[in-house]
Design a protein around this ligand. Structure first.
Ligand code: KG4
Ligand code: ZN
Length: 340
């Protein structure tokens, strides 16, 4: 089954062609990072308008790269949420029109489910076996930090989540505090890499929230604020020194990697899972990956290049494994905190 996936939940306009929930024929992403950079974060109104401008070309590029004619597409998959409402509406309506025009099914995908099932995707040369189930999946993105038991595609149990900031959000906010380039995640990783661990002079706190699978990153962020302020008071220059920023980036990343890897490994043990996965934008971080590899006693799956951050390959894949349509009762009402 060949599915054309569309993803517009935040600041990436993406389209992809995937066969049978696994084989990626194309995966095109038009990032808006340069547009939002000057505001230090995603501006929803601008993101929506940019999706309108980009979506037609991105879809036609995905079809072309995937050597696929519209007539060869069996279904359209699109992210319905969670995400920014304006951006989501652009993708939903484009997908709906396309499916109607072609007379093929429209499948609606939960963005977090798409991240979790992204470890099923492979490229042409790769014939890796399907991940072993049950799997404990740690979703670490800009908007979410959730630990979920995947019994099988479509059957999930949330074990824990962040009580405040998402891991990626903490990376982005701390990046801004340290005067680094947007988005903070990749900038912090690059900056921290300049520090030799043996020379690290700062250690930042960890919120363990023992006895639960939940997370908290706001205290860690406040600890960085305090360190930055104390450096500014004692320093003669207005901003902190590059060396101090590097040290804080290293200590922050070390703390996040420590907590994420320990909690993922604890959950894998307590649930008796056969594998674990690390998905979402923060899974790009090699320190976080290495810490998880080190602690886990079961195989760790991490999505391949370009599949951790938002993309439509994961949307087309998820629609194959759990094909569904959104409903008011199951999706809309609960997401608004209403009972159906
Ligand atoms: O999954 P994603 O593309 O979008 C959401 O669904 O939120 O994740 C984006 C997040 C951003 O917060 C970004 O800073 C973070 O992933 N990120 C990273 C790295 N690359 C992206 N965080 C840490 N290290 C990285 N290398
Ligand atoms: Zn995402």
């Amino acid at each position: 089954m060949r599915i054309l996936g569309i993803e517009t939940s935040c600041d990436e306009t993406a389209a992809a062609v995937v066969d049978d929930g696994r084989l990626i024929r194309s995966n095109v992403v038009a990032s808006q990072i340069p547009i939002h950079e000057r505001f230090g974060g995603v501006v929803p109104e601008i993101a929506s308008r940019q999706h309108i401008l980009a979506i037609g070309q991105v879809v036609s590029d995905a079809l072309k790269e995937g050597a696929t004619l519209l007539a060869e597409v069996d279904a359209i998959a699109v992210t319905y949420g969670p995400g920014l409402s304006g951006p989501l509406l652009v993708g939903m309506n484009f997908a709906k029109g396309l499916a109607l025009g072609l007379g093929i099914p429209l499948l609606t995908v939960n963005h977090l489910e798409a991240h979790m099932l992204s470890v099923w995707l492979v490229t042409g040369e790769d014939s890796a076996p399907e991940p072993a189930l049950p799997m404990v999946s740690l979703i670490v993105s800009g908007g979410h930090t959730e630990l979920v038991l995947v019994e099988r595609p479509g059957r999930y149990r949330v074990l824990g989540r962040t009580l405040d900031d998402a891991a990626g959000e903490a990376f982005d906010k701390v990046g801004r505090l340290l005067g680094l380039e947007y988005p903070g995640g990749p900038s912090i990783e690059r900056t921290a890499a300049l520090v030799c661990p043996a020379d690290a002079t700062i250690s930042l706190p960890r919120a363990w929230l023992r006895g639960t699978h939940d997370f908290s990153f706001s205290g860690l962020k406040t600890a960085v604020v305090r360190e930055v302020r104390s450096a500014q008071v004692t320093s003669t220059v207005e901003t902190i020194s590059a060396e101090r920023a590097q040290m804080l980036a290293w200590a922050f990343q070390d703390s996040v990697a420590d907590v994420l890897s320990q909690k993922l490994s604890d959950a894998a043990k307590s649930e008796g899972s056969h594998s674990a996965s690390l998905v979402g934008g923060v899974a790009n971080n090699s320190t976080v990956r290495a810490a998880c590899e080190r602690r886990l006693m079961v195989p760790l799956y991490v999505p391949g290049p370009g599949l951790c951050t938002d993309n439509a390959g994961m949307v087309a894949g998820a629609a194959y494994w759990n094909p569904r349509k959104i409903s008011y009762e199951q999706d809309i009402a609960p997401s608004l905190g209403l009972s159906a």
